[in-house]
Design a protein around this ligand. Structure first.
Ligand SMILES: Cc1cc2nc3c(=O)[nH]c(=O)nc-3n(C[C@H](O)[C@H](O)[C@H](O)COP(=O)(O)OP(=O)(O)OC[C@H]3O[C@@H](n4cnc5c(N)ncnc54)[C@H](O)[C@@H]3O)c2cc1C
Length: 491
């Protein structure tokens, strides 16, 4: 019997993982990617000896990748290696306090007590509850489709409901954190986890307090070769499983007939297939590939997640006080989020994230220098004059970093590249440059996020950061696993 043909549109991390799963199941899989390489938001910028991972920088839950290799019957050690990091992040406050967020719970609690005066017991209790909510609630709703009755009828759902206490739903993450922690700095550190899916801690529900479990309890990791090694590895695995890649191939339309998938049109050519998986932002899947305004409206019921403005700086010296992941907090965190989500503007005192992979590996920057990835949360919006906005943000960022680090960075920037929200949209067709599809700024957000399948087109599936269970590498890999399960029923 001929194999059933599946076309995957987009070779982002979720498209790659879905391709592997469908190929293992026996589909004849073809991936069409408009760019010339796999990875989508994960790509590389190389200039004058400086190597920058352009997109994601934080790697958590490697078990999602381990599981994918096990599913494919391959030994991950032949493809990919990563190491666990004792320090998740270093936090800098304007008053000179510096907090090391160790991944050892007790060490982190001791540090919070010593530097901030936050009782260590508060931290241990918070992390314990975060683990419980993740395991009882998160791991269920993140690993299964919310749009299938079978998910809701399973006995494990009872355990989830028994775990959910009112504050997780009725309080915002900020209110929740204030009720659990004593010091404003500790509240700010735990508020920040809302940004891990592009949300506002002053609007998103307390349920997001499960996110710290991923970073502080399960730990953070560094993939050898940098983040780009993740999509590169998955592409190799997919090819090993027989997946065919067609790069520089922009899909124009998804073609349907009598409520079923019949194929796609790529660069003007019709290609028949019975199964299509869109790894393209759900907004553009409806807008451009299906030309369905009802779908567009449905996607837009959820606010977009935040975007980012990134400066890639080759720095001509080393900073021994910086680590792989560093955060320089805004003094007025609430105002910063008000600006980003309500006024759709940058705030003058932004929170700055700096990632430096040359701290981990030689070859990422010329000797004695560092590769700085400097990111600021940005509004997801259309019609901005980004050149003007970039200039203003750059001034504010330099002023803040110079003040806290006691240097004049202008003398040390040897190389500079910039990525704006518009650039993110252009590269990956992510509407308004959102990093994580839709935000979690309401308690219903998880339920409003698009399903992993189409309810009225048979054979059409959705994978990736703009659909269930959400954005970020771990969730994208989970969405691929859900689509794999759903599509298997077609064989
Ligand atoms: C700057 C930045 C920082 C981030 N930081 C982190 C982090 O630290 N940790 C983390 O876990 N996550 C992070 N994220 C989020 C993470 O990168 C995304 O959630 C994830 O990579 C999205 O993957 P995806 O599979 O949804 O597809 P995408 O990466 O969005 O890829 C979609 C692919 O589809 C292709 N495509 C689109 N339209 C078409 C078409 N018509 N035809 C053919 N191909 C098409 C695109 O070219 C692209 O390759 C960050 C994102 C950005 C941009």
């Amino acid at each position: 019997m001929p194999q059933r043909k599946a076309i995957i549109i987009g070779a982002g991390i979720a498209g790659l993982a879905t391709a592997v799963r469908l190929a293992v199941q026996g589909f004849d899989v073809e991936v069409h990617e408009k760019n010339d390489r796999a990875g989508g938001k994960m790509y590389l910028i190389e200039r004058d000896g400086y190597v920058f991972d352009a997109g994601p920088s934080l790697f958590t839950q490697p078990e999602n990748i381990e599981e994918l290799f096990a599913y494919a019957g391959e030994d991950i050690r032949d493809y990919f290696s990563y190491r666990s990091l004792p320090l998740a992040c270093r936090y800098f406050f304007e008053d000179g306090k510096v907090v090391n967020a160790y991944t050892d719970q007790q060490a982190f609690a001791d540090e919070m007590e010593q530097v901030l005066g936050e009782p260590g017991g508060n931290i241990l209790r918070y992390l314990r509850d975060s683990a419980k909510v993740y395991e009882k609630v998160g791991s269920i709703f993140l690993n299964y489709s919310l749009h299938k009755l079978s998910t809701w009828l399973h006995p494990r759902v009872i355990g989830a409901f028994l775990t959910v206490r009112l504050p997780y739903l009725t309080k915002t993450l900020h209110q929740f954190n204030k009720s659990r922690l004593k010091t404003p700095e500790a509240v700010q550190i735990f508020n920040r986890f809302a940004t891990y899916n592009g949300s506002n801690p002053f609007q998103a529900p307390g349920m997001l307090s499960l996110i710290p479990h991923l970073e502080q309890n399960q730990g953070t990791y560094y993939p050898e070769g940098g983040m780009i090694s993740i999509p590169d590895t998955l592409r190799r695995l997919a090819e090993k499983k027989g997946v065919k890649f067609v790069f520089n191939s922009r899909v124009n339309n998804i073609v349907t007939e009598s409520g079923r998938i019949s194929g796609i049109v790529a660069d003007g050519v019709f290609i028949p297939a019975a199964t299509v998986v869109s790894n393209v932002d759900a907004y553009f899947t409806y807008k451009n590939l299906l030309e369905r305004e009802d779908g567009v409206r449905k996607v837009l019921r959820n606010e977009r997640s935040s975007s980012a403005l990134i400066f890639y700086w080759g720095i001509n010296r080393e900073f021994s006080n910086l680590h792989l992941h560093n955060i320089f907090f805004s003094k007025q965190y609430r105002e910063e989020f008000e600006h980003i989500f309500r006024h759709k503007r940058f705030f003058d005192d932004p929170t700055i994230y700096i990632n430096i992979t040359s701290k981990m590996e030689a070859g990422m920057a010329p000797e004695g220098t560092e590769n700085w990835f400097v990111m600021i949360n940005a509004p997801a919006k259309a019609g901005a004059d980004w050149n003007q906005e970039v200039a203003a943000v750059r001034r504010n960022v330099l002023e803040k970093l110079n003040r806290i680090l006691g240097v004049d960075l202008r003398e040390h920037i040897a190389v500079e590249e910039v990525l704006t929200p518009e650039g993110i949209q252009q590269r990956t067709d992510s509407y308004l440059g959102s990093l994580y599809g839709t935000s979690s700024n309401s308690k219903w957000a998880a339920f409003l996020r698009h399903a992993n399948f189409s309810s009225d087109i048979r054979g059409l599936y959705f994978t990736g950061g703009s659909v269930h269970p959400g954005g970020g590498i771990p969730l994208c890999l989970k969405s691929a696993a859900i689509v794999g399960e759903l599509a298997a029923t077609e064989l």
